[in-house]
Ligand binder design. Sequence first.
Ligand code: PMP
Length: 360
Amino acid sequence: MAKTWNAESLAMPSVARLSPYQPGRLSESGMIMLASNENPRGPSPAALEAAKQAATTLHRYPDGSASHLRALLAGQLEVAEDQLTFGNGSNDILDLIARVFLGPGRTAVFSEHAFAVYPIATQSAGGTAKVVAAKDYGHDLPAMAAATEDRAVNVVFVANPNNPTGHWLSQEAIENFLDAVPSRVIVVIDEAYFEYAESQADYASAMPLLARYPNLVITRSFSKFHGLAALRLGYAVSHPEVANLMNRVRHPFNVNAIAQAAAVASLQDDAYLKACVAENADQRERLATRFAALGSVTMPSAANFLCVHMGDATAANEWLLSHRIAVRPIANYGLPEWLRITIGTPEENEALLVALERWQ
Ligand code: PMP
C-alpha cells in the first residue's frame, strides 16, 4: 500500500481527533461480569419468551415505528406517542440528537467524567466538544449553564445518574439548570440508570419537566434495568417537534423486531423489575460498607455500579482478572485511580469482596 496515503488526513478533523469507544470485557463462561453495568439477573422471563416468539419471523422487516411498544410506553409514561423516538440502544438516540442539532461550527457541552459516547456523537457529526470541569467528581451545573451562553453551543448532555461516577441530581437542580440555559440549547438528560435512582429521596426523573421546557430531551435505555443489552434498544422522550426532526435522520428499521417484542413484555413485568431494583439497592449498600471496611473510598452512587478508589487501579484490575472477575478500569474517563464495579448478585459480590480482601 502506498505509504504517502494517509486516511486520517482525509477524515473530518473532528473525527480524526476521536478515540474509539472502549467497551468492557466480553462475557466469558466462568467469568464474573461486573464491567458493563448490566442487570446480573438478566431479563424478565416474560421478555425472554417474547423474544423467542419474535424470532420465528426473522424474514420480515420489523415495525419501523415500533407501534406496540410506542403505545404501551406512551401510556405508562403519560406522554403522547409522537413524543417518543426509539433507537438501536440509547447510543443511537444520542447520535440522532447530534445529527439533528450539531455539526461544524456547533458545540456540545458536557462534564468532565461524563459518558464516553457524548464526544463520539458530537464529533462524528462534525461538532466541537466543550468539557466543563467537574465539581467533587459530579456535574458543576452552574458552570455548565454559563458555558451555554456561548451562541455556538446547541446541545448539553447531562447523565442523571452519571456514568461512571454514579452521582445523581435532584429535580430542583435540573429545574434550576433548565431555567438558566437558553431555550435555543437542547438539554439532554440521559436517564439510562434512572430506575435504580428512584429509591434516593432526593432523586426524581426529569419527565414532569417536559411540559414546561420544549428544549428538554430525556434519553433512556433497555440495556441496564431491563437486562436487554444484547438486543440494543433505547428511546427519547421530547417535544413532538424534536421527535419529528430525529425521525427525519433515523435509519429505517433501526429497532429490531426481537427487541421490540422483548421490551413490550419487560415493561409489563413490574414485579420482576422491582425485585431487581430492590436487590441492587441492598447490594450497593452492602458493597459500599464492605469497601469502607477495607479502607477503599467509594463515590456515592444512585446507579447499579460503584466507583471505588483503588490507588493502583491497574494492579487491582489485573488481580481481579486473575480471579476471573471483570470490572471496569476508567482511566479513559480521567479517573486512573478508580475502578467502576457493577453491582452483581449477592454471590458475585461476595466473590469480589473475598478477592479484594486478599489483595489488600
Ligand atoms: N448513557 C449512559 C450514561 C450509559 O452509561 C450508557 C451505557 N453504557 C448508555 C447511555 C448507552 O446505553 P445503550 O446504548 O446500551 O442503551
